[in-house]
Write a protein of this length. Sequence first.
Length: 277
Amino acid sequence: MLLGIPYDGSSSFRPGARLAPPRIREMAASLNACTEAGQDLAAIPAVDDGDLPLPTDREQAFAQIEAAVERIVAEEAVPILLGGDHAVTVPAVRAALRHYPDLSLLYLDAHPDLYPHFAGDRFSHACVVRRILELPGMGGQRITQVGVRALTPPQRRAAEEAAIRIVPAWELAAFRYAETGPVYLSLDIDVLDPAYAPGCGNPVPGGPSTRQLLTLLQGLRCRVVALDVVEVNPLLDPAGVTALTAARLVTEILGTLVSPLGPWPGEAPDSSGGPSI
Ligand SMILES: [Mn+2]
């Protein structure tokens, strides 16, 4: 179930992500409903539920996001959320965690988002993982943060204390992710190098290319039960390339939902039948 979340009231810098859902849809229309390798995504009974109408009050907006995600997961459907700034992930994970108590979080982002508060705001998009850590039933051992390259010493300590797995941008080439339980995948477009995704509020140089990230996503060995792509800012994306890239990344994640799980890319098939999940 595709759902736009036009919210950017938690952006700390250069807001505009509230405008992303229609822009991502517009650019997605130029892509075939197939993955790069030709998997037919029409095999997924997908529904686009439009954009969630949201009030300006943040507490009410978060409550509505949580309720919307709860409705989708209750039907065992996969919410595909188009943000919005990254703060929308907090109510979405809360709802998913209620339905999947053993939920893991795979968080792709240049930033660790582990500030206890940012400029006095506990629900800034810079505090998302910190708030998720506080959710009942969620522990740091179930959180993997990938592509990080903006880790301050206090955030590093917070990650270590919570036993979060941090995979910095410079270790991405060797990264493999396999998880047997349900996974919430949160993709901040700023995980990409700004050369590939310039249209975001808080870019950080030194990230992976679109090619490297696509390969990483295609290599996931897990069951994604909910996903979001956040922080695309159409005000900073005049050519639409960031929105288009977001759409492309989503199609490859959807490919992991329809394909039988095979060997890691570049590795020989496992005679035991591959990873058991
Ligand atoms: Mn970020």
